[in-house]
Ligand binder design. Structure first.
Ligand code: CA2
Length: 146
Protein backbone atom coordinates (compact mmCIF):
# COMPACT_ATOMS: atom_id res chain seq x y z
CA UNK A 1 0.00 0.00 0.00
CA UNK A 2 1.28 3.45 -0.92
CA UNK A 3 0.56 6.85 0.63
CA UNK A 4 1.32 10.21 -0.97
CA UNK A 5 2.56 13.06 1.25
CA UNK A 6 2.31 16.47 -0.40
CA UNK A 7 3.89 19.68 0.86
CA UNK A 8 3.05 23.10 -0.49
CA UNK A 9 4.86 26.41 -0.92
CA UNK A 10 7.80 27.45 1.24
CA UNK A 11 7.83 24.22 3.25
CA UNK A 12 11.24 23.58 1.65
CA UNK A 13 12.46 26.43 3.92
CA UNK A 14 11.54 24.61 7.13
CA UNK A 15 14.36 24.62 9.67
CA UNK A 16 16.31 27.11 7.54
CA UNK A 17 14.25 30.31 8.02
CA UNK A 18 11.98 31.62 10.80
CA UNK A 19 12.72 28.82 13.31
CA UNK A 20 10.78 30.85 15.91
CA UNK A 21 7.52 30.09 14.08
CA UNK A 22 8.08 26.74 12.41
CA UNK A 23 10.89 25.18 14.46
CA UNK A 24 14.33 23.88 13.59
CA UNK A 25 13.38 20.60 11.95
CA UNK A 26 13.88 20.53 8.19
CA UNK A 27 11.45 18.97 5.73
CA UNK A 28 14.11 16.39 4.91
CA UNK A 29 14.25 15.41 8.60
CA UNK A 30 10.45 15.18 8.72
CA UNK A 31 10.55 12.90 5.69
CA UNK A 32 13.07 10.62 7.43
CA UNK A 33 10.73 10.43 10.45
CA UNK A 34 7.72 9.60 8.25
CA UNK A 35 9.61 7.04 6.16
CA UNK A 36 10.89 5.30 9.31
CA UNK A 37 7.41 5.00 10.85
CA UNK A 38 5.90 3.98 7.50
CA UNK A 39 8.52 1.23 7.08
CA UNK A 40 7.73 -0.07 10.58
CA UNK A 41 4.07 -0.20 9.56
CA UNK A 42 4.84 -1.84 6.20
CA UNK A 43 3.58 1.08 4.15
CA UNK A 44 5.33 2.84 1.25
CA UNK A 45 5.40 6.63 1.26
CA UNK A 46 6.11 9.01 -1.59
CA UNK A 47 7.03 12.39 -0.04
CA UNK A 48 6.98 15.48 -2.28
CA UNK A 49 7.14 19.27 -2.04
CA UNK A 50 6.26 21.92 -4.60
CA UNK A 51 5.94 25.68 -4.62
CA UNK A 52 3.62 25.41 -7.61
CA UNK A 53 -0.14 25.12 -7.14
CA UNK A 54 -0.51 23.50 -10.56
CA UNK A 55 2.05 20.81 -9.80
CA UNK A 56 0.25 19.93 -6.56
CA UNK A 57 -3.04 19.71 -8.49
CA UNK A 58 -1.43 17.43 -11.08
CA UNK A 59 0.03 15.17 -8.37
CA UNK A 60 -3.40 14.83 -6.73
CA UNK A 61 -4.97 13.94 -10.09
CA UNK A 62 -2.25 11.38 -10.80
CA UNK A 63 -2.59 9.81 -7.34
CA UNK A 64 -5.78 8.02 -8.35
CA UNK A 65 -5.17 4.30 -8.70
CA UNK A 66 -1.59 4.59 -7.43
CA UNK A 67 -2.01 5.79 -3.85
CA UNK A 68 -4.50 4.64 -1.22
CA UNK A 69 -4.61 8.08 0.41
CA UNK A 70 -3.05 11.54 0.38
CA UNK A 71 -1.69 13.46 3.37
CA UNK A 72 -1.30 17.13 2.52
CA UNK A 73 0.24 20.18 4.13
CA UNK A 74 -0.85 22.65 1.49
CA UNK A 75 0.98 25.54 3.20
CA UNK A 76 -0.52 28.93 2.32
CA UNK A 77 -2.54 27.37 -0.54
CA UNK A 78 -4.67 25.89 2.26
CA UNK A 79 -6.29 29.28 2.65
CA UNK A 80 -6.59 30.26 -1.00
CA UNK A 81 -6.75 27.33 -3.37
CA UNK A 82 -10.07 26.40 -4.92
CA UNK A 83 -7.99 24.44 -7.45
CA UNK A 84 -6.62 22.12 -4.76
CA UNK A 85 -10.07 21.74 -3.24
CA UNK A 86 -11.54 20.83 -6.64
CA UNK A 87 -8.75 18.32 -7.32
CA UNK A 88 -9.27 16.56 -3.97
CA UNK A 89 -13.03 16.58 -4.46
CA UNK A 90 -12.93 15.45 -8.11
CA UNK A 91 -10.55 12.55 -7.54
CA UNK A 92 -12.34 11.41 -4.39
CA UNK A 93 -9.03 10.20 -3.02
CA UNK A 94 -9.18 10.04 0.80
CA UNK A 95 -7.16 13.00 1.98
CA UNK A 96 -5.91 14.13 5.38
CA UNK A 97 -5.07 17.82 5.87
CA UNK A 98 -2.14 18.50 8.17
CA UNK A 99 -0.36 21.57 9.53
CA UNK A 100 2.62 22.10 11.77
CA UNK A 101 1.06 25.06 13.53
CA UNK A 102 -2.41 25.46 15.01
CA UNK A 103 -3.90 27.50 12.18
CA UNK A 104 -6.95 28.33 14.34
CA UNK A 105 -4.79 30.06 16.94
CA UNK A 106 -3.00 32.26 14.38
CA UNK A 107 -3.99 35.20 12.17
CA UNK A 108 -7.65 35.21 11.17
CA UNK A 109 -6.84 34.63 7.48
CA UNK A 110 -5.37 31.24 8.45
CA UNK A 111 -8.51 30.11 10.28
CA UNK A 112 -10.30 29.14 7.09
CA UNK A 113 -9.14 26.17 5.07
CA UNK A 114 -10.36 25.92 1.48
CA UNK A 115 -9.65 22.20 1.49
CA UNK A 116 -10.98 21.17 4.93
CA UNK A 117 -14.49 20.34 3.73
CA UNK A 118 -13.22 17.91 1.08
CA UNK A 119 -10.62 16.30 3.34
CA UNK A 120 -11.51 13.41 5.63
CA UNK A 121 -9.93 15.09 8.63
CA UNK A 122 -7.63 17.86 9.76
CA UNK A 123 -4.60 17.69 12.08
CA UNK A 124 -2.82 20.84 13.19
CA UNK A 125 -0.65 22.23 15.93
CA UNK A 126 1.66 19.32 16.72
CA UNK A 127 4.75 20.53 14.89
CA UNK A 128 6.56 17.79 12.94
CA UNK A 129 4.53 15.21 14.87
CA UNK A 130 1.48 16.34 12.82
CA UNK A 131 3.01 14.35 9.95
CA UNK A 132 3.06 11.12 12.00
CA UNK A 133 -0.50 11.77 13.15
CA UNK A 134 -1.40 12.32 9.48
CA UNK A 135 0.13 8.96 8.62
CA UNK A 136 -1.90 7.26 11.38
CA UNK A 137 -5.04 9.11 10.30
CA UNK A 138 -4.64 8.07 6.65
CA UNK A 139 -4.06 4.44 7.66
CA UNK A 140 -7.11 4.40 9.88
CA UNK A 141 -9.21 5.68 6.96
CA UNK A 142 -7.91 2.89 4.74
CA UNK A 143 -8.39 0.17 7.38
CA UNK A 144 -11.99 1.20 7.95
CA UNK A 145 -12.57 0.66 4.20
CA UNK A 146 -12.46 4.43 3.55
O1 CA2 B 1 1.40 25.27 9.95
C1 CA2 B 1 1.53 24.88 8.78
O2 CA2 B 1 1.97 23.76 8.52
C2 CA2 B 1 1.18 25.81 7.62
O3 CA2 B 1 0.62 25.01 6.59
C3 CA2 B 1 2.49 26.43 7.18
C4 CA2 B 1 2.29 27.44 6.06
C5 CA2 B 1 1.25 28.49 6.46
O4 CA2 B 1 1.01 29.37 5.38
C6 CA2 B 1 -0.05 27.84 6.87
O5 CA2 B 1 -0.94 28.85 7.29
C7 CA2 B 1 0.17 26.87 8.01
C8 CA2 B 1 3.61 28.18 5.78
C9 CA2 B 1 4.70 27.27 5.37
C10 CA2 B 1 5.93 28.13 5.18
O6 CA2 B 1 6.98 27.59 5.90
C11 CA2 B 1 8.05 28.38 6.15
C12 CA2 B 1 9.12 27.77 6.77
C13 CA2 B 1 10.22 28.51 7.09
C14 CA2 B 1 10.27 29.84 6.77
C15 CA2 B 1 9.21 30.45 6.14
C16 CA2 B 1 8.11 29.71 5.83
Amino acid sequence: MKLLFLNGPNLNLLGKREPGIYGKTTLAQIEVMVQKRAAELGVAVDFRQSNSEGELVTWIQQAVGEFAAVVINAGAYTHTSIALRDAISATGIPTVEIHLSNIHAREEFRHHSMIAAVCRGQICGFGPHSYLLGLDGALSLIKTAI
